[in-house]
Ligand binder design. Structure first.
Ligand code: G3H
Ligand code: ZN
Length: 287
C-alpha cells in the first residue's frame, strides 16, 4: 500500500521505534526491500536519491515501477516513495512524478533561504497529501555528490524549521554518510536531546545509518529518532555476496551467468541486511 510517510512516523514516535528508509537503485533492490518489509510486517520508506532516480531513467519510471511492484507482489504494509536529499527542482519533479514523500535538503542554504524554500514545498505537499522532510545542519561524508561536514545542528534552527509544519526533521548530530572513520567521535546525544526537547513529537531522522553501533541506534530511538536512513550497508552486502559468487566461479557453472542467477546472492544479501535493520529499529510487526 503506497502512502505518505506521515502516519507511519507518527505511530513510530508513539511506539518508540523507528521506520527504516532503505535507498533503492534498481528493480532487484526494490523487490528485495519490499518483500522483506512484507515478511517482517514492517512499514518501509524507499529512498531515492537524485542520482539513483536518474540512473533508473527518471522519477516517473521509479514511481511506476514501485507502484506496479506493490500491486503485483501483493505488498500490504505501508510503503512510501521518498526523494532523498532533494534539491528544490528535484522535489518539484518528484511531486510531479507522484512520489508520496520528499526530502528537501536546504542545509546548504543560509537558514532564511532554507526556511523560505521549505515553506513553499510544504504548501504543495500539504495540498497533495504528501509528507516532507527538511534538513538542518549538514550531515557528514559524501552521498551522491552531496558532501556534508558533519557538524551538529543548532537546536533553535531545528525548532524554526519544525514549526513550519514539516512531517519529519533530519538534524546533523555528528552522523556521517558512508563508512564511519576509525576516529569518529560518535553521535552527539546532547544535541539530539536538545532538539527533541524543542521539537516535541516531531519525528526526527537519523541519516548515515550504516555502521552506527547498535546501542547508539537504540539510544537515538529513545531520544525521538523515528526514521533511520540506510544506504551503504545494502550496497556493501550486495557487493560482498556478488563478489563471493563470482570468485567461487558460480557464474561459469551451468547457466550461472544468467542475470537472474548472478544477481540473486546480492539480492538475498540485501534482504538479510534489511531484516536485521528492521529488527534493530523495532519496526517488525508494526504494520
Ligand atoms: O540519505 C541516506 C542515508 O543517510 C544513508 O546513509 O549510506 O551511510 O547508510 P548511509
Ligand atoms: Zn542522508
Amino acid at each position: 500500500m503506497l502512502v505518505s510517510a506521515k502516519e507511519m512516523l507518527e505511530k513510530a514516535v508513539e511506539g518508540h521505534y523507528a521506520v527504516g528508509q532503505f535507498n533503492i537503485n534498481n528493480l532487484e533492490w526494490t523487490k528485495a526491500i519490499l518483500l522483506t518489509a512484507e515478511e517482517c510486517k514492517s512499514p518501509v520508506i524507499l529512498g531515492v536519491s537524485e542520482g539513483a532516480g536518474k540512473y533508473m531513467s527518471g522519477f516517473k519510471t521509479v514511481q511506476a515501477m514501485v507502484s506496479a511492484m506493490v500491486d503485483e507482489l501483493g505488498i500490504t504494509v505501508p510503503v512510501a516513495t521518498h526523494l532523498d536529499h532533494g534539491s528544490y527542482d528535484g522535489c518539484l519533479k518528484c511531486i510531479d512524478a507522484g512520489f508520496t514523500s520528499i526530502m528537501f535538503d536546504g542545509s546548504k542554504y543560509p537558514i532564511e533561504e532554507n526556511v523560505a524554500k521549505t515553506k513553499e514545498l510544504i504548501a504543495i505537499c500539504k495540498e497533495k497529501g504528501m509528507s516532507i522532510e527538511a534538513e538542518v545542519g549538514a550531515i557528514g561524508g559524501e552521498e551522491d555528490g552531496v558532501i556534508g561536514q558533519g557538524e551538529c545542528a543548532d537546536p533553535q534552527e531545528c525548532k524554526m524549521i519544525a514549526d513550519l509544519g514539516v512531517d519529519m526533521l533530519a538534524a546533523g548530530i555528528g552522523n556521517i554518510h558512508g563508512k564511519y572513520p576509525e576516529n569518529w567521535a560518535g553521535l552527539s546525544f546532547e544535541t539530539l536531546d536538545a532538539i527533541q526537547q524543542l521539537t516535541g513529537k516531531m519525528p526526527l531522522v537519523l541519516h548515515g545509518g550504516t555502521g552506527i553501533p547498535d546501542d547508539m541506534v537504540k539510544k537515538a530511538i529513545d531520544l525521538g529518532v523515528a526514521k533511520i536512513n540506510v544506504n551503504t550497508d545494502c550496497q556493501l552486502s550486495f557487493a560482498d555476496a556478488t563478489r563471493k559468487y563470482i570468485e567461487a566461479g558460480k557464474d561459469l557453472e551451468g547457466k550461472g551467468f544468467d542475470p537472474r542467477k548472478l544477481l540473486k546472492p546480492g539480492t538475498d544479501a540485501i534482504m538479510q541486511t534489511v531484516k536485521e535493520k528492521m529488527e534493530l529499529f523495532g519496526s517488525v510487526g508494526k504494520a
